[in-house]
Design a protein around this ligand. Sequence first.
Ligand SMILES: NC(=O)c1ccc[n+]([C@@H]2O[C@H](COP(=O)([O-])OP(=O)(O)OC[C@H]3O[C@@H](n4cnc5c(N)ncnc54)[C@H](O)[C@@H]3O)[C@@H](O)[C@H]2O)c1
Length: 454
Amino acid sequence: MKMQDTMSVTVIGLGYVGIVTAACLSSRGILVYCHDINPEKLSAIRNGVSPIYEPGLEDLLRNAVMNGRLRVVEDPAEGISRSSYTIITVGTPSLSDGSADLSQVFSAAETIGKCLRSLNQRHVVVLRSTVPPGTTIGPFMNILESFSGKKCGLDFGLCFNPEFLREGSAVEDTLNPDRIVIGCIDQKSGEELLSLYRALHQEQLPPVIMTTPTSAELIKYANNAFLAMKISFINMISRLCEKLPGGNVDEVAAGIGADKRIGPYFLKAGLGWGGSCFPKDLRALRRIFLEAGLKPHLIDATIEINDGQVEWVCRLLERELSTLSGKRIAILGAAFKEFTDDVRESQAIRLANRLLNSGASISIFDPAATINVSKVLDGKVDIAKSIDECLENADAAVIATPWPVFRSLTPEKLREKMKGKIIIDARRIIDPKLFESSEFRLLILGSYMESRRE
Ligand SMILES: NC(=O)c1ccc[n+]([C@@H]2O[C@H](COP(=O)([O-])OP(=O)(O)OC[C@H]3O[C@@H](n4cnc5c(N)ncnc54)[C@H](O)[C@@H]3O)[C@@H](O)[C@H]2O)c1
């Protein structure tokens, strides 16, 4: 590949993955052209404003825009014609049958294919959106070839390169990944993508796994399914701990996590997993199994346990309050995890909807996700601007997202605002000692719960 003096990349799709990828690449001196079909996103980014909340992103983005290393392009051809790589990071949400909706990926492929037609230099297309095994070398490549009139491998390179970043630490994860997986259609494409990663990580290049596009596609799904399964497993154990005097799921998790064969990560019990990836990716993998004529036993159990966690908390509240109807519940946290404003498939939002259906009224507070909460729950709940406002007159409060700020809740603070005395810590962040001699009944998911004193 004839490299230009400065390495240059076009990123198509500026959501959580795309904008972080673009900002990180440009922070290491790579010239990045950014394109999205959403004009509001483009104008925010052009002004150095991040369209999402993500720690560390705003500064990277502002610097990159100011020093001209990150350039917004309304016409993707403007970027593709000047760069050596195009990275696709468009969304792959669920269809109603659970399979992945690939329409954004196919429309991006069409756009790129048209741009490749008139390009007379080498270009590598890198699909980074999560897609079912077989997509890259199947329909995706076919669209590229038919719209470009060129032959993949001969005239342009192609890789599937899964993304493993976690929202909330996306910048850190992008700059310091555990490994890079490159599924390449041929050796040349793989080496070309590797040279981009060498420029990004320089001396700190992480382990690289070179494989076929199909294996790389499956690695991404299997990775997410395994992590979700670990959380559901510990949540299953968590329910048992609640019934055993002295039971404490964190201690069990620490005990099993110290075994190197298990590892300490993704063993935090609580309300369960959510977000824009695990739910849709597990549904998609489930469909892939069924279409292959195989039973997705563990995936089904993983999903069932997770769905049950919201129900578990509702039943707990119902038992403590006798009824949910007419009760006011304060939900602390709305994002699917801390340090993000993403509420897609958040367990906190599911909990709010479930409680509303049972006749409760809801106030909800999140330190970062207010705008996104209003998009999904507007008019149905009271969206509070502070913890105090959220707790006002509540019969019960539930910690639904483990934001560190909720650790500061004390009986004194709650007493001032709440009407009732029930606190459910569904994320295990409160120190129970603070509540020991108070009038509050603190119920911590995964810790032994004494039966209710009548
Ligand atoms: N969010 C995560 O934490 C994460 C982590 C790893 C992998 N992924 C995968 O990465 C992909 C992107 O995820 P996301 O959360 O960033 O998605 P997102 O929905 O936040 O963003 C997708 C963006 O693509 C844009 N878009 C759609 N069609 C387009 C087109 N034809 N041309 C240009 N732009 C277009 C949309 O306007 C949107 O801004 C998904 O496949 C997801 O599964 C996400």
